[in-house]
Design a protein around this ligand. Structure first.
Ligand SMILES: *Cc1c(COP(=O)(O)O)cnc(C)c1O
Length: 371
């Protein structure tokens, strides 16, 4: 009898089997989402393409589409009419090559070894050649159409003007001859110097298309346009120069769910180090977004979220996975409801000291990205 009972008891060591990936249930949507305004993204590309005059606007989709999700933004940009795309690393290609003509994809960092070259050749993408070393690698691996980056004064990455006569550079089959502006978001004398050097490079090295301007460079004038412009930031709502204000729309809307609502009394502290102390009884809420999601420590006591048209401030320190908000003006908000962080890029940059670029690329992996 005793042994029969014994058999019914599940031994403590018996665990559920580990599920192979294919059998795992889909996780639920979760408490964080990055809403992409696809209409705004399309409009921004069209605006920048239009401001580029006779040149066509490409799209920089490096760094996972500036943090928005390359898989999400590329189809929308294509639909808007964009044909040329730029990434920085070869590792960024798997996300997007199935979505676009690989012959119109440029890899800005260029190849560093024969494996990079073989990969570019296998996919049919163009490396951007940045040095005689990269030109030799590319030619040794079979070569073919590529782009070149000429360094006209940023002194970062690109072929020096003095290397334009290099035999391996001259032997390249160049689609886009590009250079990159160091100070396009400022009124700097360097802009014109770089433009002239780029014009000079165009007369030395044969190529199909020429390109100089990033988002800010587009509004420096038609002399900066060439055949193709390369906006990134402003596609996604960034405004690097006043000329672009009122023309570029916000694309990213970070949203988080309320995990818990509570009441606190006068003198109660909120969050790590109790940096916020209530001076009256308050109703507060905890949202599922923290610095691990890109809502960095610099937002502590500075963030604003909106819900139902009301603006609610954040209280105390941002934690890794959570931030506390003041629900005084929104008594109707309950656990499970959603709020949206105010994330207008110029204002967010002014509030935090982060650049508009950082505010985008820092947005974390835990946001669901749908549009
Ligand atoms: C990132 C990048 C761009 C896009 O610049 P934005 O300032 O984001 O518009 C264009 N060209 C090159 C070479 C880049 O690295």
């Amino acid at each position: 009898m005793a042994s029969g009972v014994f058999l019914l008891v599940r031994p403590k060591t018996l665990r559920r089997p580990i599920l192979p990936d294919a059998l795992q249930p889909e996780p639920p949507a979760g408490a964080l989402r990055l809403e992409l305004d696809s209409h705004a993204l399309r409009c921004n590309w069209k605006t920048l393409d239009c401001l580029s005059g006779t040149a066509r606007a490409a799209a920089a989709v490096k760094a996972d589409g500036y943090g928005l999700g390359a898989r999400q933004v590329v189809p929308i940009l294509r639909e808007a009419g964009c044909e040329d795309f730029l990434v920085a690393h070869f590792s960024e290609l798997p996300d997007i090559v199935g979505l676009i003509d690989p012959a119109r994809v440029s890899v800005l960092h260029g190849p560093l070894n024969p494996q990079d070259v073989a990969y570019a050749v296998a996919l049919g993408v163009k490396p951007v050649i940045n040095s005689p070393f990269q030109a030799r690698l590319w030619r040794a691996g079979g070569g073919g159409a590529c782009d070149v980056m000429i360094d006209t004064g940023i002194n970062r990455l690109g072929i020096a003007m003095s290397d334009l006569g290099d035999a391996d550079i001259r032997a390249l089959d160049v689609d886009i001859l590009m250079s990159h502006l160091a100070c396009a978001d400022e009124d700097s004398a360097l802009n014109e110097l770089q433009r002239k050097a780029w014009e000079e490079a165009r007369t030395i090295l044969s190529h199909v298309r020429a390109s100089l301007a990033n988002s800010a460079g587009i509004v420096l004038g038609s002399g900066y346009h060439g055949d193709m412009t390369r906006p990134g930031l402003s596609l996604y709502g960034g405004i690097p120069r006043p000329e672009l204000a009122n023309r570029i729309e916000q694309v990213v809307h970070p949203q988080a769910a309320l995990l818990q609502v509570r009441s606190i009394d006068v003198g109660d502290g909120v969050g790590y180090s109790s940096t916020f102390i209530a001076d009256r009884p308050m109703r507060i809420g905890t949202i599922a977004m923290g610095y691990a999601d890109g809502f960095l420590h610099c937002w502590s006591d500075k963030g604003l979220v909106t819900a139902g048209g009301k603006r609610l401030r954040t209280l105390g320190r941002v934690s890794m996975d959570m931030t506390v908000i003041d629900l005084t003006d929104a008594p109707e908000l309950a656990e499970g409801d959603w709020v949206e962080a105010e994330y207008d890029l110029p204002n967010a940059a002014a509030a935090t000291g982060l650049s508009q670029y950082e505010l985008l690329t820092v947005l974390g992996k835990r946001f669901s990205r749908n549009c």
